[in-house]
Ligand binder design. Structure first.
Ligand SMILES: Nc1nc2c(ncn2[C@@H]2O[C@H](COP(=O)(O)OP(=O)(O)OP(=O)(O)O)[C@@H](O)[C@H]2O)c(=O)[nH]1
Ligand SMILES: [Mg+2]
Length: 234
């Protein structure tokens, strides 16, 4: 049975490994397993895309765990969960950290169709990594048809590095054309990492989303607060 109980703030639910069919077919390589999270109806699914090594996992791990590692361990696909507020209710932010290897196009399409919002990451030190975002963007458009109601952030990571290949102004222009928001980040120095997720949630206009939990107060909480307000120090 799936455990659908609510989790506490900043908790990360363990990933579950399941054999998975992609487009109805078992992957040829049986060792390829998708990490599938138990679904919840109020999950808000964010998918992180970008070329290998641009720092997708580093951004996600910096955000959910507050950590950074110098070593590079390529990802197949990982999903993390964090409790957030949605329409003043508790909801789960589900972040899928994808592979940059382009080896699993079916997984990419599945992630796009299930995703509510997207983070497109390139490295400011690699023009090639920016070029690699274009087909991903095209595929999002193809699957979702219209980006008007879909939050998308274009993110230039590694902005702490001095060997820049991609000027900021160029991507600000590109973001306008792609009708999405744009930020430069550094997972290493923790520059703009929380802001990235905050801005993404603010772009969601169909729900009121916030990283802070501001759930509805119970009647007794409201009464207590009212009483507190009436107390004077003698
Ligand atoms: N200087 C600097 N290095 C970074 C930054 N973010 C990540 N790195 C380094 O870049 C390398 C790749 O980072 P990952 O987060 O694993 O990259 P990825 O995009 O998840 O790569 P794949 O999983 O293969 O797609 C690691 O050695 C990180 O330490 C950053 O903001 N600045
Ligand atoms: Mg990774």
């Amino acid at each position: 049975m799936e455990d659908n109980t609510l989790i506490s703030d900043n908790d990360i639910v363990e990933e579950k490994f399941l054999d998975c069919r992609i487009n109805g077919q078992v992957p040829k390589d049986r060792s390829v397993r998708l990490r599938v999270m138990p679904e919840q109806s109020n999950d808000y699914r964010v998918v992180v895309f970008g070329a290998g090594g641009v720092g997708k996992s580093s951004l996600v791990l910096r955000f959910v765990r507050g950590t950074f590692r110098e070593s590079y361990i390529p990802t197949i696909e990982d999903t993390y969960r964090q409790v957030i507020s949605c329409n003043k209710q508790v909801c789960t932010l589900q972040i899928t950290d994808t592979t940059g290897s382009h080896q699993f196009p079916a997984m990419q399409r599945l992630s796009i169709s299930k995703g509510h919002a997207f983070i497109l990451v390139y490295s400011i030190t690699s023009r090639q990594s920016l070029e690699e975002l274009k087909p991903i963007y095209d595929e999002i458009i193809e699957i979702k048809h219209d980006l008007e109601h879909i939050p998308v952030m274009l993110v230039g990571n590694k902005c702490d590095e001095i060997n820049r290949e991609v000027p900021t102004s160029e991507c600000a222009e590109l973001a306008k054309r792609w009708n999405c928001a744009f930020l430069e980040t550094s997972a290493k120095t923790n520059h703009n990492v929380k802001e990235l997720f905050q801005e993404l949630l603010q772009l969601e206009k169909r729900r009121t989303m916030s990283l802070q939990l501001e759930t509805k107060k119970t009647k007794s909480q409201k009464r207590k607060e009212k009483l507190k307000g009436k107390c004077n120090l003698m």
